[in-house]
Each structure stands twice: as C-alpha cells, then as structure tokens.
Design a protein around this ligand. Structure first.
Ligand code: 5GP
Ligand code: MG
Ligand code: MG
Length: 186
C-alpha cells in the first residue's frame, strides 16, 4: 500500500475519498434531506457515537430547516465482529415519539448495528425513521438493510478519517483513508 501520511499515526494510509469529494456529497445529502422533510415539524438527527460526529455536524449545516440533534452510544458485545447483540452505553435524551428521526452512522459493515438500533427505535414510536450513513461496504452485509441516505459505497477496506478511528486514532483526518493494519509500523 502506498504511504501518504498526513499525520504520523504509525500505520500506512491511502486516501480513498478526498475532503473535497466528501464536502460535495454531504452538500447533496443535505439538499435531499431538506427537500424530503419540508413538511416535518420535528426533525431529529440521531447520531451513533463516536464515529458519526464529524459527518453529522457537517451534514446538519447543509440542511436548510430547523433540526434537533441527539446521540446514542452503542457497544457491540463482541469487539472484533459486530453480532447484533448491542448494549446501550448512553441513550438519547429526546423522547422521539412523534418525531421524524434520521439515524446517522459512520459506516455500515455487517448491518447488524443499524438493524438492531432501528428495531429498538421503532419501539419508541417515532413518526418516521430513516437511516443515513456516510459509508457502506455492501460486500460485507450479513443482513438486509435499507440505507435511505448514503454518502459512498466502498470496497471491503478498513477505513479511518472524518470521524472514523482505528484504536481511537485517525478521527481528525479530513479525508477517508484505507489502512493496512497488518503492516503496522514501529
Ligand atoms: P456493523 O454492525 O454494520 O457490522 O458495524 C458497523 C460499525 O463497525 C461502524 O459503526 C463502525 O464503528 C465499525 N466499522 C466497520 N467497518 C469499519 C471501518 O472500515 N473502519 C472503522 N473505523 N470502523 C468500522
Ligand atoms: Mg460505529
Ligand atoms: Mg471505532
């Protein structure tokens, strides 16, 4: 893998989506959401901590109507592989009954996290519930899920940047980079 090192993180990284391309896509998503929710009185952007924070805060500034933001923190029981058995570490504060909710995540891999959280939120009786993700790895899906608003589909790479981390590193990279964990440097 080529090295294009923005910060010295100790791993090789290769930019796959530039900051400019992210910005263009986020603007377009904001435009679509603005159109789709013209008749909504209560629109909630509900982000999954912590990976979605950069995406959510950029996206909300491209939505030309009032929004509320809230967050949930979810952890998977099995750290290495998402299983769908998730634990709520911190719940959202808004009572979402009657709200139009857009659930926002950084990346969809197996799809288990989104599927599980979606079910849990539906039990809380929102007026509507849609899913928005910055990235999707369709090759990795293990369950059928619908992504209503998607930034980019990517191959089966492990990626960091724009909120996404590897062991808490790389979240502040302004672009998305694929990293090769097997070739860690000293
Ligand atoms: P799923 O339940 O869809 O398998 O897991 C989705 C979660 O796994 C994401 O929210 C993210 O936390 C993590 N994840 C999956 N693929 C990647 C990746 O390529 N990079 C990073 N940083 N996290 C990932
Ligand atoms: Mg996540
Ligand atoms: Mg992570």
């Amino acid at each position: 893998m080529e090295t294009s090192r923005h910060f010295p993180y100790g791993f090789m990284q290769r930019e796959i989506i530039s900051a400019k391309d992210i910005n263009t896509r986020v603007k377009a998503l904001g435009e679509t959401i603005t159109q789709d929710y013209q008749d909504s009185e209560k629109l909630l952007l509900l982000g999954l901590l912590r990976g979605s924070v950069v995406f959510l805060t950029d996206l909300m500034r491209e939505i030309r109507r009032p929004i509320t933001m809230d967050f949930m923190s979810i952890s998977s029981y099995n750290k290495s592989e998402s299983t769908g058995f998730v634990r709520i570490e911190a719940d959202h504060k808004t009572n979402i009954q009657g709200w139009d909710v857009i659930l926002i995540d950084d990346i969809i891999d197996s799809g288990y996290t989104i599927r599980t959280v979606r079910k849990l939120l539906l039990d809380r009786d929102p007026r509507s519930l849609k899913v928005c993700a910055l990235l999707d790895k369709p090759e990795r899906h293990k369950v059928d899920i619908t992504i209503d608003y998607l930034g980019f589909s990517i191959p089966d790479y492990f990626v960091v940047g724009y909120g996404l981390d590897y062991d808490e590193k790389g979240r502040n990279l302004p672009y998305i980079a694929a990293i090769d964990i097997s070739k860690e440097e000293e």
